[in-house]
Ligand binder design. Structure first.
Ligand code: UDP
Ligand code: MG
Length: 354
């Protein structure tokens, strides 16, 4: 029987924390009345993290572990955990003891209220001011631009219905954006205040360059969320000012030509018109290329899972898991025989993404 819950923890040089971390999780897990697994992902640690995990594994059957060949980053480590998680629910947390496993049951209770993702909110965050301030600004911008309002995107302690994250194709430092990305597939997202402790052992794996990374990721994320389905629209929209400039300089050039203003002025207006006109052409061309790329990119709108449920021929509702559905929709779409449901309406697979 597959477990109900998979707890995924990325670990990079956390040798002092890993044993206490497992003990903490096992302690909380005593109150679970369901099967669970713990997945430690060693993200290419150079210290004894992996050796300790191997030793812990001997006495802990619920523990699974993945070791990366080198340091690929927290996002990749989390995605590896998702790929190997068998639970219907996936919880993620940091491995440095800053998150508190005793919050997991609370997050699960919240999830059962009918959400797909419950994100932890470190209301009383135990990090230096220089970390907290950029994070507050980033959260405000992410919330505002993606429309998924959370106080604390950066908190790793989150629980997900596995179908809402397994299909995400994340790269770079995108783990913090999972709620926003998942909401593209219709996931219902909420947050809950959680505990946060100061880092006791080891050091933070990030420096100031994270601020730059997060801000450039915010930009990339917005492009993906807003324009991944309609890149041409985005580029056409950004060409409007250049179009206006082209018209403006065009009118001036004609006036200048007609009324014999100085030849220098006429030339200037013609060149300005030509340059802004070229910008319009380039932007539209990029938009058209974007439309072609959308069909092949992993993050593109066309690859998002669409079906949540399908009522099949015999009238029995098949609550298919998203990855199965995804495979169905991509590999056997011609075999899918979707019939009218009881109410007589036909499930339309061309526009299932809302
Ligand atoms: N981590 C990782 N790979 C990395 C960087 C970090 O697996 O390249 C893990 C790290 O071991 C910890 C979690 O991700 O479990 C969060 O990292 P950290 O505590 O350094 O981040 P901070 O709390 O400072 O944001
Ligand atoms: Mg930390």
């Amino acid at each position: 029987m597959p477990p109900y819950l998979s707890i995924v923890v990325p670990l990079y040089n956390e040798e002092e924390s890993v044993e206490k971390l497992l003990a903490g999780i096992l302690e909380v897990a005593k109150q679970f009345d369901f099967a669970y697994e713990i997945i430690f992902v060693d993200d290419g640690s150079q210290d004894n993290t992996w050796a300790i995990i191997e030793k812990l594994k001997e006495t802990t059957p619920q523990l699974k572990a993945i070791k990366f060949r080198r340091n690929y980053g927290q996002t990749s480590a989390m995605v590896a955990g998702f790929d190997h998680a068998r639970g219907q629910i996936i919880a993620t947390m940091d491995g440095d003891l800053q998150n508190d496993p005793s919050d997991i049951p609370l997050l699960l209770t919240k999830l059962e209220e009918g959400f797909d993702i419950v994100s932890g909110w470190r209301k009383d965050r135990q990090d230096h001011f220089s970390r907290v301030l950029p994070s507050k600004i980033a959260n405000a911008i992410i919330s505002w631009t993606t429309g998924v309002r959370l106080h604390d995107y950066g908190c790793s302690l989150k629980v997900y219905r596995s179908e809402s994250v397994k299909s995400l194709k994340a790269y770079g430092e995108m783990h913090r954006f999972f709620p926003a990305l998942a909401s593209m597939t219709g996931a219902r997202v909420t947050e809950l205040p959680v505990n946060h402790h100061p880092r006791k052992y080891g050091v933070s794996k990030y420096g100031f360059d994270r601020v730059l990374k997060v801000f450039s990721d915010i930009f990339a994320m917005n492009l993906i969320i807003r324009f991944s389905s309609t890149p041409l629209k985005g580029f056409a929209f950004s060409s409007i000012p250049f179009f206006l400039m082209t018209s403006f300089f065009g009118i001036l050039a004609v006036l200048s030509w007609n009324f014999h203003w100085t030849s220098g002025k006429t030339l200037f207006f013609f060149i300005a018109m030509a340059l802004s006109g070229m910008a319009v052409v380039h932007l539209i061309t990029l938009g058209v290329l974007g439309e072609l790329v959308v069909g092949t990119s992993d993050l593109s709108h066309t690859k998002l899972p669409r079906y949540k449920k399908i009522i099949m021929e015999k009238g029995e509702e098949q609550d298919l898991k998203n990855n199965q559905i995804d495979a169905l929709s991509q590999e056997h779409s011609s075999d899918l025989n979707i019939l009218p449901n009881k109410a007589g309406s036909v499930h339309d697979d061309t526009n299932g993404y809302a």
